[in-house]
Each structure stands twice: as C-alpha cells, then as structure tokens.
Design a binder for this molecule. Structure first.
Ligand code: SF4
Length: 424
C-alpha cells in the first residue's frame, strides 16, 4: 500500500499528521489532497527524512539542486553544499551529479542531509553509456530502468523522469524553431537517443514498467520538463506545451496507480506569460503539484540569476505554483560554490514567501516585523528575519552611537522622533 492508497482508503498516516501540523491545516485536508493527487509527501521505505508536503493549500517549497560536473568532481564540496542548502532553509535537495562515481556521491550526500532527496536517473544511464560505450546514444533501455531502481534503493525520495518527450514532442520541437535551443540535459540526451536509434523514448513507451518501479520503491514521480525554454523568446512554445499535455495524461495514470506525482514546468518566461503557464499547467494536470523551474524572467543578467529567478518564482507562487527550484548567482556561468548555493536558497525562500503572502494570505511574519521595526526592537527583528545571521552581521558592522536606531538616519531616526510624540 502506498501513501496514496492509504489516503484513498481514509487512513491518516504519521506523515499526513506531520504535514497538517507544519502547515496549520487539518489532517483530513492533507489526506484529501493526497487522495486527489493535489498534494505529495515524498517518502522512502529506505530512509527517514524531514517530512515535507508539496501542493495545493500548503506553503510553497524550495528545492536546491547540487551535484558534480565532468569538470569539477569534489564530493566533499557537494556534501558541504547539501549542508549549506539545509542551513539556508531548503525544503528538498536534488543530487544531479554528472561526473565522478555517481553512487558514492549520492550515498554521501544522502548520509549528510535530513531533506528529501531527488535525482534524475537518466543522467547516470546516459553518461555511463558515453563512458563505457562511446556515446550517450548507445544507452541501453534496460540500464535506464536498472539505474532508476538502484537509485531508489539508496533512499531517493523523488525522481525527475522525462516521460513527456515522444515523437510528437520532437516533431513540434523541429517545426517550432528555437532561439535558445534545448537547455535541459535530460531533454537533449533523450532527443538525441531517439533520433539516433529511431526508437520511442523508453520512459514513455514503457511507462507501466516505470510505474511498477516507482510504486515498489515508493518514489515520487516528478514529470520532467525536457522541452523547457532556455530563453524568454521560446517561452510557452508548442514543444513545451506538447510535453506538458503528455505529462498531464501520464500523471493521471500514475496517480490512479497509487504513485505520487509532481509535474515540472518551465524555465525562462517573461512576466506577462507566468500566470498563463501556471493556469494552463494546473488545469491540464487536474491540479497536480506544480514544480516550477525558476522561472527566469530575463536573459541578460548573468551573475544575478538568483534574483532574476526570484522575481519569476514570486509571481508563479502567487498564481499557484507549489514547488520552486532555486537558481544560484552562478547559473549559466559555472558550477555553483557552497556560498552561491546558500544565496540561491535564500533568494528562492524570499520568493516563495512573497508568493505565499498572496496565494495563502500568509502575512503574520510581516506583521510581526512591522511591529518590531516600529518598536525598534532589534532582537525581535532578527528573530523574524529570513536570514538572521546576515541581518545581525550588517547591523553589527555599522553600529550607531545611539543603539536604538541605526546608522541609516542616525540622530534623525524617523521612528525615534515620532515614537517620542506619538503612540501607535
Ligand atoms: S535610523 Fe532610519 S532606517 Fe534606521 S531604524 Fe531609524 S528610521 Fe529606520
């Protein structure tokens, strides 16, 4: 019995109770969300994790992706990134290594985090084919499913699986023309494999077999977004919408089979298309949890893409996205450092909160901060702050003579002046 089966038969599990407590909703609200496919709680029979609910009516969650590349393989650094992401308040972690010993890296990352961990099994399958057989297009279908099951047994809680790329999707990608090409590694690997081998995507063709693996190991299926736009000029194009439609149909099937599902979304989107993307995604997937990758709302700010993505993430969360994949300042430039991972998580958490202020009307912390600022109560301000250490550090570096106010206005602190004459 999966957690979805439990929810359908009216059973409230410990995970549902924890999510209800965390979110301030009823246990039955969580149960109904799971039964209807609107809420997901990534779990694993192989590992206990910090429980985290994702979906309708719940706080917007933030994922941090880490992992090696072929150029930089430093397991200790990836472990530090995992710890930094958790310290910064990430809700989940994706381990997306593409270089080094995949199993060893994943084991060490999993051993050093309490967060739910996600993966993209096809990376390992395609890259091992490139190493052992000379090219990614020589990937063997059996290896793809074997690696998926092996990663599940390591305690992976959710997996991004590129089910929505089939010949229809590829045809639309060809006919569409693109300004920014194809930026999803999974999308690129699979499209190249299909064209070279003249075969259908095995994750689409053998979807029932994939579901058996997901169900056996109780992995949450995160339906990958291999056609996502990599440039704002390609947002919401036919290839991306085609992939979404296929994923939406398969998501219904997965949920009916008792597998938890998340559906991933784009990518790079201009501000005025974000609402349409969220509404479309929620509508065609029957309100499955929506995992938004960014979105980046402009392409011309490399070095600041955490902020670019935060603008898009705040809007997408406000319209109903449930889960945000962070972006670091190093995006489009290099593998992120530990510090950049930390910054990326904070930027995304701010965005998720801004979205929740609209989506869930969650404004208690902002009210508390308003009062603390009015009362010049600095400890209370730090307590409410998203990153108290940073707030404390900046103030401490530039302390005023009179410690009630701050060095911004010094003797002419508006609050000090008015508080002497006025009681709010
Ligand atoms: S000095 Fe200016 S910025 Fe600082 S607390 Fe007073 S009013 Fe606010």
């Amino acid at each position: 019995m999966s957690i979805v089966d439990d929810a359908r038969s009216g059973v409230i599990t410990e995970e549902m109770r924890i999510v209800a407590r965390q979110e301030g909703v009823t246990e039955d609200f969580v149960r109904r969300g799971l039964a209807g496919g609107h809420i997901t709680i990534p779990v694993s029979p192989y590992r206990k994790v910090k429980i985290c609910g994702i979906g309708e009516g719940l706080r917007t969650k933030v994922n941090a992706s880490i992992g090696t590349s072929t150029d930089i393989v430093d397991i200790a650094m990836e472990v530090e990134k995992a710890k930094a992401a958790e310290r910064a308040g990430a809700d989940t972690l994706m381990e997306l290594s593409t270089g080094g010993d995949f199993t060893e890296i994943r084991k060490q990352v999993i051993a050093n985090t309490t967060l739910s961990v996600g993966s993209v099994p096809l990376y390992q399958a395609f890259i091992e084919a490139a190493i052992n057989d000379g090219a990614v297009v020589h990937m063997k279908e059996d290896d793809l499913f074997r690696i998926t099951a092996e990663q599940a047994k390591l305690g992976t809680n959710f997996m991004a699986i590129h089910t929505g790329i089939n010949w229809e999707t590829v045809k639309r990608l060809r006919n569409q023309g693109r300004h920014g090409g194809l930026v999803s590694r999974g999308g690129a690997f699979m499209t190249a494999w299909m064209i070279h081998n003249e075969k259908e995507n095995p994750l689409y063709a053998e979807f029932d077999y994939l579901l058996e693996i997901m169900k056996e190991h109780e992995v949450t299926l995160s339906m990958g977004n291999g056609m996502r736009a990599g440039a704002v000029h390609d947002a919401t194009d036919r290839a991306a919408v085609q992939e979404l439609l296929i994923n939406a149909e398969l998501a219904d099937k997965a949920h009916a089979d008792g597998v938890q599902v998340i559906v991933e979304g784009p990518g790079h989107i201009p501000l005025d298309e974000i609402e349409a993307n969220v509404v479309l995604q929620k509508r065609v997937t029957n309100r499955k949890p929506f995992y938004m990758l960014g979105p980046l709302v402009t392409d011309i700010a490399p070095g600041y893409d955490d902020r670019v993505a935060a603008i898009g993430a705040a809007m997408s969360s406000s319209y109903g996205a449930d889960f945000i994949c962070y972006v670091t300042p190093a995006e489009h430039l290099a593998l992120p450092t530990v510090e950049e991972v930390f910054e990326g998580v904070i930027s995304s958490r701010i965005a998720a909160h801004v979205g929740d202020m609209i989506k869930l009307k969650k404004r208690d912390a902002d009210l508390e901060m308003g009062h603390a600022r009015r009362d010049l109560d600095w400890e209370r301000q730090f307590h409410v702050a998203m990153n108290p250490d940073r707030a404390r550090q900046i103030r401490a570096e530039r302390m005023p003579a009179d410690t009630d106010g701050c060095t911004m206005c010094g003797d002419y602190c508006a609050l000090k002046i008015v508080n002497r004459h006025f009681s709010f």
